[in-house]
Design a protein around this ligand. Structure first.
Ligand SMILES: [Zn+2]
Ligand SMILES: [Zn+2]
Length: 335
């Protein structure tokens, strides 16, 4: 994919280079046009999304059963939101979709497996959908613009078959680089992603059972195993879903705009907090291939911090930063 340069009229601040002048804060159009659903949308319900998403939401209510509460389960939820969420934020988004850095194959696969454990479909589908979003953000072909409606952008778009996404030509054009790898091709087929998801359920239960059994006997083991599954897998899946979906919905509706990007992307601190930096979405849209959304000192981007740590450990290279994009832009202007 070609690198997108920071456009004219954008903030001239980059990390370590001073503050963003307030004059460059760009208000979004106050009355954005409403959009119809993407042309490829049909009335055909995508049961392979509707069934698991509904089921797991309903199953999540088991966390209200007092006997299934454990402090370790709660800790797994809190830590898991960031750890498994990084599979989406780093793996699917910044690494596979935008190629904002390079890393060894095994590191990439670790992030992808974490992402699959979040049940957001196989990598090629996620990448193709997100690249389509960037290509026509908040315009009719955008698979999930809130200009169609909040619930549409949050979840509704995935419940109705969109032939613009689900066809061979789209995968060929937008996810060919992903499907070239046999592992990702395998994940794309049948219910492979479901097997990976169920394997993590088994691991959470088995380890929880072992810990509970060794400390308080078999019955306590079963209870702790179920607690870890309820809090550490099921509820965490629901929370990470809504956080990811909020980037598509809330971060295109509420928040401030620093850069004029030609669509509705916003910097939303609440979404940024929950997604470790993905909510600085206006910053992301202005330079999608950058590994960091950290443009102002308070726009903390923990996802980038992880990438930076990987880089310091020698596990990430060719990390694209806004400075690199900006200097290219300057070079282009100077030419
Ligand atoms: Zn967006
Ligand atoms: Zn993106």
């Amino acid at each position: 994919m070609p690198e997108q340069l920071i456009g004219s009229g954008t903030a001239d601040y980059l990390p370590g280079e001073g503050a963003v002048p307030h004059s460059v804060v760009t208000p979004a159009p106050s009355h954005p046009k409403r959009l119809g659903r993407p042309a490829g949308t049909t009335h055909q319900i995508v049961w392979r999304y509707v069934i698991p998403i509904t089921t797991i939401h309903l199953l999540a209510f088991v966390v209200f059963i007092p006997r299934l509460f454990s402090w370790s389960g709660l800790a797994l939820l809190v830590v898991g939101i960031s750890v498994f969420g990084s599979g989406i934020n780093i793996g699917y988004h910044r690494l596979l979709t935008h190629r904002s850095f390079k890393c060894p194959e095994w590191v990439e696969r670790c992030f992808v497996i974490l992402a699959v454990c979040c049940m957001q479909d196989a990598p090629a589908t996620w990448v193709a959908t997100h690249r389509l979003h960037h290509k026509d953000s908040d315009d009719t072909p955008d698979p999930h613009s809130p200009l169609v409606g909040f619930w549409w952008s949050h979840i509704g778009w995935s419940f109705l078959e969109n032939r613009d996404i689900n066809n061979a030509a789209t995968y060929e054009r937008y996810a060919r680089d992903i499907l070239r790898k046999p592992f990702y091709l395998w994940l794309q087929r049948g219910i492979a992603t479901l097997w990976v998801y169920l394997a993590q359920v088994l691991v959470f239960f088995a380890v929880g059972f072992l810990v509970g059994w060794l400390t308080n006997g078999a019955a306590a083991g079963v209870r702790l195993g179920l607690s870890w599954v309820a809090w550490g897998v099921i509820l965490r899946t629901v929370v990470v879903w809504h956080l990811t979906w909020s980037v598509n919905s809330l971060s295109h509706m509420f928040g401030y705009r620093t850069h004029e990007t030609g669509e509705q992307s916003r910097n939303n601190w609440l979404v940024a907090l929950g997604t470790n930096g993905e909510g600085w979405h206006n910053n992301h849209h202005v330079s999608p291939n950058s590994a960091t959304n950290w443009h102002r000192w308070w726009e903390v981007d923990l996802t980038y911090v992880v990438i930076r740590i990987l880089e310091l450990l020698g596990l990430a290279s060719d990390v694209i930063r806004p400075t690199r994009l900006l200097s290219k832009h300057k070079d282009k202007n100077a030419a």
